[in-house]
Design a protein around this ligand. Structure first.
Ligand SMILES: [Zn+2]
Length: 429
């Protein structure tokens, strides 16, 4: 197999694309209900659609909701099922994404990088830097985020499309390129016309350091605790008042301190109160519950119900109730029904010269939601680090490897995934 796809050429192309795409302001806005949440995401969507057309892709659409969907026909004789590659257009609203001035640090010498505005990337604090001595590293200038999340994924997919256009002899199945808005505010697949897609399998290019593959994420529920007190004038309240604000405080104090985001990592789950409001008559507590096992999430919800019951017992005039709803589920179980999709991606990564590492992600991805909707979609590294803030950085080598991973995958898919493969069924949302 053609593994080292002319690296220098790929590096120049993916770097040039990345430096252009990060300059387009595409910050999403969690306070806006429309899709896309910010019209400026169309600027990048339309730019990419034009570039795809100029690369000879004829079937390119930008939907009214700012999804770019492009189809590249299979090469002659390849009947494998269609395959999608996805990346997101928006950058996180946590940090400014306007007027991004990327800085290119060639031949990195292993020392502290003064990225600008007084900010420094010190290898003592960010030891991953030491893996990239001698490489080209890109940062922002200290005043904005960089936007490698996920302009790197966009640039890698585009560079792969360019490579395929230049090498029509390279076999691949029908490919769908999909760029989505509003991933950073959790709505990246809300308006994706899934039933109109040809692909029933996909990969998101939206992970971190080179080599990482994410096929497992949290199972996530939201819970709400509603507390009703017993209201009476505070001047004559002795023995009568039940103060909902005080009960909310007691409730929070009874949560296990060792099962909080700030006291856990790795595979451990948690309770995280995210919002409290109310007065002494009525108070509500909103929590998110996370774990890699749904059964552990449910155990925690049962514990919240137990706490609610014991508060009611201690304060008979109170009413304390718990409601919960599923947000998303660990994609592991569904992905494991298609082991070839995980096997191929690990081999595709390994062929680029980096060891694939399957990492459980302490969060969710659009791929997790797609998987739940019936489109198995593991997440592949895009190469960036320190996402969502001014310390973001990315080595060009990692973007090259991500692009090569795509090229390896499409060839393996064409060679090894038969047309007769049973396709997953879409599930209603
Ligand atoms: Zn992302």
């Amino acid at each position: 197999m053609d593994t080292h796809h002319n690296r220098e050429h790929l590096a120049a192309d993916v770097q040039e694309r990345f430096l252009r795409y990060v300059r387009v302001h595409t910050t999403s806005d969690r306070h806006e209900d429309a899709t896309p949440s910010s019209k400026r995401q169309f600027d990048l969507a339309n730019l990419l659609a034009d570039e795809l057309r100029s690369l000879g892709v004829t079937d390119v659409t930008v939907t009214e909701f700012c999804y770019v969907i492009a189809r590249i026909p299979a090469t002659d004789g390849v009947a494998s099922p269609a395959l999608a590659f996805l990346a997101h257009l928006d950058t996180a609203p946590d940090s400014s994404g306007e007027n991004v001035h990327p800085r290119v640090w060639e031949n990195y010498d292993g020392s502290t990088i003064e990225i600008g505005n007084g900010l420094r990337l010190d290898p003592a604090e960010y030891p991953d830097l030491s893996r990239f001595v001698g490489e080209t590293i890109i940062t922002a200038d200290g005043t904005t985020l960089l936007g490698a999340d996920d302009k790197a994924g966009v640039a890698e997919i585009m560079a792969a499309v360019k490579y395929l256009a230049d090498h029509p002899d390279l076999p691949h199945p029908e490919l769908e390129v999909i760029f989505t808005p509003d991933e950073e505010i959790g709505r990246g697949v809300d308006k994706l016309p899934l039933d109109q897609l040809h692909a029933r399998f996909g990969y998101t290019m939206d992970g971190g350091i080179e080599g990482s593959i994410e096929a497992e994420c949290f199972s996530a529920y939201a819970a709400r605790v509603e507390i009703e007190g017993y209201v009476i004038h505070p001047g004559s309240a002795r023995g009568k008042m039940v103060n909902a604000v005080a009960l909310a405080g007691r409730f929070l104090a009874m949560l296990p301190q060792t099962e909080a985001p700030e006291t856990t990592d790795g595979r451990d789950g948690f309770y995280c109160p995210v919002e409290v409001h109310g007065d002494y008559g009525k108070a509500t507590i909103d929590l998110i519950i996370r774990d890699f096992e749904e059964s552990e999430v449910k155990r925690r919800i049962a514990y919240l119900e137990h706490l609610a019951g014991s508060l009611e017992q201690a304060y008979p005039r109170s009413r304390v109730s718990v409601t919960s709803r599923k947000q998303y589920l660990n994609m592991r179980d569904k992905l494991q029904q298609y082991p070839f999709a995980l096997d191929l991606v690990q081999r595709a990564v390994a062929e680029t010269g980096v060891t694939p590492v399957m990492e459980p992600i302490r969060g969710g991805t659009d791929g997790a939601r797609l998987t739940e909707m019936g489109m198995p979609t593991p997440n592949i590294f895009a190469g960036g680090l320190n996402f969502h803030g001014p310390y973001e950085w990315i080595p060009v080598r990692s973007m090259v490897r991500a692009t090569e991973t795509i090229l390896n995958l499409v060839q393996m898919w064409a060679a090894e995934v038969p047309a007769s493969t049973p396709l997953p069924k879409l599930e209603p949302r």
